[in-house]
Design a protein around this ligand. Structure first.
Ligand code: PEP
Ligand code: MG
Length: 572
């Protein structure tokens, strides 16, 4: 028995036989083509590219019903890479001009393209180098005549172990029990897909593909980021017990879907969903969400070379609004920069992207682009209860400038005869300490606020949320953070305006009682967390929690506060 540690992507526990997926093709043959055979070599390349395109299109067209909504977009990224001029034209040039064989030419160009991505400071862009490698690997296999289909032929329910696995391959595996993957961080497309498939998965294991063999008995603990190979009887029994307990808990939780989220002392609580694609709205409603508290619109803008048109945006927003069937939908205007970059916008080298021209600052610097989004959101408001949410506010003048643009968007829509909700509420994210400390000022201008704890923690503690080197210092329960959150909630309650938390903290059941005690009654989270948080709400007495949380907030010693939060979370 031995164990490997990686990064857990959640999904619970998987116990099963290992199935190794073929390693990436690394040894690429290299030879010169006789001048007379150069045309035929280019035809060989085109045929391989065509085969892979067809393969990917087929996967995209026949996605399994259970495939997560992002799946098609992720495959589109791979289709786009297949047409990348540097990759395709560069490979052709190496065949025609230097007479290299197609395999070598492609591998060389792919290497250069991947290196360009790797040079980005931004983690999301860096991870795109893996997409380039995954696509190239498929084309190389097609060139070698083996096709890229071996993963698709696997049908038995097993735990898949691989150095890397492309999203398209992941989708062709029937009944995967879990994934153990050597490469990767949490923002790779493979990780995003694994998380949405809701199966136990661990990435970043480094050497699993070298140490595990087909048919080994393995355990994947997606919560702890652990892979156990050949477990002994005791460990196996323990994990079987945990797995059964997890399944029982999920069954019990499902009974809460239609139960209203009300505390023991009668406080009504709204549990909303965070979504990234319109297709996620319907499943969120079915999971019991009473609204969308955060629709991150970035996905519509990412992984493409052009900007989405106003109509395209309108259709996406309207689809989410219609799917929510009269429940509120909070659409956040484009929040790009730092960890979320756009390929359609020339990367501007910023000394410090997290502190640079991002989110609302970026939108205000591109009024035409911003206006198109505002018009699209306003048009969607004719179909239900839409609220506009502005990311990363710091100054009052950012709200005022946005209002001027919203007024202009309204006037333009009136002129073109489009319907919209004249009273669409406009709110702002509290993600910067300055905004939390000035919440009352912002609330005089805004209709509601939503606390983005992910960025609030990053900016308050000066911890890059994507940097593993300082991840141990990323402390959501630092007294400074708790004071900023409770101060914002207090300011909103005093102003009589709605306040929610939509960062990860809202979906952490460990924090639910504390947030209730701060007076929070609106939470927005990944739908997968909704029922666990609801169970905490149902068991809580908000009145009693208020007194206890007030005492906790008076303490400024981080270790003592941690202990108090833990005690608060554990008590029934
Ligand atoms: C946040 O910062 O908490 C938030 C919800 O926004 P995002 O995670 O999209 O930056
Ligand atoms: Mg944020």
């Amino acid at each position: 028995m031995f164990s490997l540690y990686g990064i857990g992507l959640g999904g619970g526990i998987a116990i099963g036989r290992a199935r190794m997926l073929a390693p990436q093709m690394r040894d690429v043959v290299r030879y010169r083509i006789a001048p007379a055979r150069v045309d035929a070599e280019a035809v060989r390349l085109d045929a391989a590219l065509g085969d892979v395109r067809q393969e990917l299109e087929a996967v995209s067209e026949h996605l399994p019903e259970a495939a997560p909504p992002e799946a098609r977009a992720l495959i589109d990224v791979h289709l786009m890479i297949l047409e990348d001029p540097m990759l395709v034209d560069g490979t052709r040039a190496m065949i025609f001009e230097d007479h290299w064989n197609a395999d070598w030419a492609l591998a060389t160009q792919a290497h250069a393209l991947a290196a360009q991505f790797e040079a980005f400071e931004d983690q999301y862009l860096r991870e795109r180098s893996r997409d380039v490698r995954q696509v190239t690997d498929r084309v190389l296999k097609a060139l070698a005549g083996s096709g890229g289909k071996e993963a698709g032929q696997v049908g038995e329910a097993m735990v898949f172990v691989a150095e890397d696995i492309a999203p398209a391959d992941m989708l062709t595996l029937r009944n995967p029990l879990g994934f153990a993957i050597d490469l990767g961080g949490t923002t790779s497309h493979t990780a995003i897909l694994a998380r949405s498939m809701n199966v136990p998965a661990v990435v970043g294991l480094h050497c699993a593909h070298e140490l595990v063999r087909d048919d080994d008995c393995i355990i994947i603990d997606g919560e702890r980021g652990l892979l156990i190979v050949d477990p002994d009887e005791m460990v196996l029994a323990e994990y079987r017990h945990r797995q059964a307990a997890g399944e029982l808990e999920r069954q019990k939780l499902r009974r809460l879907i239609h139960v209203p989220a009300r505390t023991l002392d009668g406080t009504e609580v709204e549990l909303h969903a965070n979504i990234e694609l319109p297709e996620e709205a319907e499943p969120a409603r079915q999971a019991g969400a009473t609204g969308v508290g955060l629709y991150r619109t970035e996905f519509l803008f990412m992984n493409r070379r052009d900007l989405p048109t106003e109509d395209e945006q309108f259709e996406a927003y309207r689809d989410a609004v219609v799917a929510m069937d009269g429940l509120p939908v909070t659409i956040r205007s484009l929040d790009i920069g730092a960890d979320k970059a756009l390929s359609s916008i020339d990367p501007v080298v910023m000394p410090n992207p997290a502190l640079g021209l991002r989110a609302i600052r970026f939108c205000l610097s591109r009024p035409d682009m911003f206006l198109a989004q505002l018009r699209a959101i306003l048009r969607a408001s004719a179909f239900g209860r839409v609220r506009l949410l502005l990311p990363m506010l710091t100054h009052g003048h950012e709200v005022e400038q946005t209002f001027r643009l919203v007024d202009r968007a309204r006037a333009e829509l009136r002129a073109t005869g489009h319907d919209f909700d004249e009273a669409m509420p406009v709110g702002g994210m509290i993600e910067v300490p300055a905004a939390a400390l000035s919440a009352a000022m912002l609330l005089r201008r805004l209709d509601f606020v939503s606390i983005g704890t992910n960025d609030l923690i990053q900016y308050t503690l000066a911890i890059d949320r994507a940097d593993h080197a300082v991840s141990d210092l990323y402390d959501p329960f630092h007294p400074a953070i708790l004071r900023l959150i409770s101060g914002t909630i207090r300011a909103a309650n005093k102003a009589g305006k709605p306040v929610s938390v939509c960062g990860e903290m809202a979906g952490d059941p460990y924090a639910t009682r504390m947030l209730l005690g701060m007076g929070l009654v609106q939470f927005s989270m990944h739908p997968a967390s909704l029922l666990r948080v609801k169970r905490e709400v149902l068991l809580a007495d908000a009145g009693k929690l208020r007194t206890r949380v007030a005492r906790l907030l008076a303490n400024d010693d981080p270790a003592r506060v941690q202990a108090l939060v833990a005690r608060l979370a554990r008590e029934d």
